[in-house]
Design a protein around this ligand. Structure first.
Ligand SMILES: Nc1ncnc2c1ncn2[C@@H]1O[C@H](COP(=O)(O)OP(=O)(O)OP(=O)(O)O)[C@@H](O)[C@H]1O
Ligand SMILES: [Mg+2]
Length: 271
């Protein structure tokens, strides 16, 4: 099992968009794929609701008791968020290392059932988000391009380095991925150039542009390459406006998955 987490302590930068689309991508590629919604906002739980399991929620991954596993998992599943329990967990008196030990033990139970497990976490430097970072194989930093990007990136890179140093030396950081980028906006072009200049070695070599199709797809509970519209002949087909977004997003995941497959240490949860 390989684990992946889009991370950024800034909200609304594309973490959930990246995460739930990736979970679909892995399933489309023929892998057993799961998305864990660890965010009390439950955005991923909405975007992937048709795939939700009912046996347990993401909060149970922090419990000391074994998971009530279903008899069989579907090819693509959502482990949904339970808002109240995640809020309680964030404030629970349990020590961080106890939470982390529980999470590791529960993930070992899931390892036999998934090829790819993706974690969606809040846009905050929360203990739940950090616990998921501490057990992940791969991370990417979706980042909106504005005059704060450079500061935000510095903070999140430091946070990942801290986690790598103290908790998870095998965590591979794919780097900062510009998201919702609009090359028609001169200020964005300027800020993006600045980011590239300051962080060239930490940049993921693909950009996700600003396209309405990403918003619509989440609302329609489909990955962006399955966003459909009714043609003049009355048949449903992939929405024309979504094609560029689909190509762009699949290209991003294609590159990520290549790197995931080529990383020897990944999938250690099976060991
Ligand atoms: N490339 C894009 N183009 C247009 N809209 C986008 C793009 N990426 C994300 N969005 C939209 O921006 C909003 C925020 O994106 P998303 O929910 O993925 O961010 P997030 O980092 O998970 O936010 P939060 O921190 O609140 O969990 C959503 O409405 C989403 O549909
Ligand atoms: Mg989110």
């Amino acid at each position: 099992m390989r684990t992946f987490i889009p991370v950024n302590q800034k909200g609304g930068v594309g973490k959930t968009t990246t995460g739930y689309n990736f979970a679909h991508y892995a399933a489309d590629e023929g892998y057993r794929s799961g998305l864990v919604d660890g965010d009390e906002q439950s955005n991923a739980t909405k975007a992937m609701n048709p795939y939700a399991i009912t046996e347990f929620t993401s909060a149970d991954l922090f419990d000391s008791r074994p998971l009530p596993l279903p008899a069989k998992f579907a090819k693509l599943v959502l482990i949904p968020s339970d808002r109240a329990r995640l809020i309680a967990l964030e404030r629970s008196p349990l020590e961080d290392d106890e939470l982390l030990a529980n999470l590791k033990a529960r993930l070992l139970e899931l390892a036999a059932h998934f090829d790819y497990l993706t974690f969606d976490t809040p846009g905050a430097n929360s203990r739940i988000a950090n616990a998921f970072l501490a057990v992940s194989d791969f991370t990417v930093i979706p980042c909106k391009i504005d005059s704060f990007s450079v500061d935000v990136s510095a903070e999140v890179l430091m946070r990942i380095m801290f986690i790598q140093k103290h908790f998870n030396p095998r965590l591979v950081n794919f780097g900062i991925m510009a998201s919702e980028y609009d090359p028609r906006q001169p200020t964005q072009v300027r800020d993006f150039k600045q980011l590239l200049a300051d962080y060239s070695q930490f940049m993921f070599p693909r950009v996700v542009t600003d396209r309405q199709a990403y918003r619509e797809a989440a609302g329609a509970q489909v990955p962006v390459w399955q966003l459909k519209e009714r043609g003049e002949d009355g048949k449903m087909r992939v929405k024309t406006a979504a094609r560029d977004a689909a190509r762009e997003m699949r290209d991003v995941f294609n590159l990520m998955m290549e790197r995931m497959k080529n990383t020897r240490d990944a999938g250690r949860a099976e060991a």
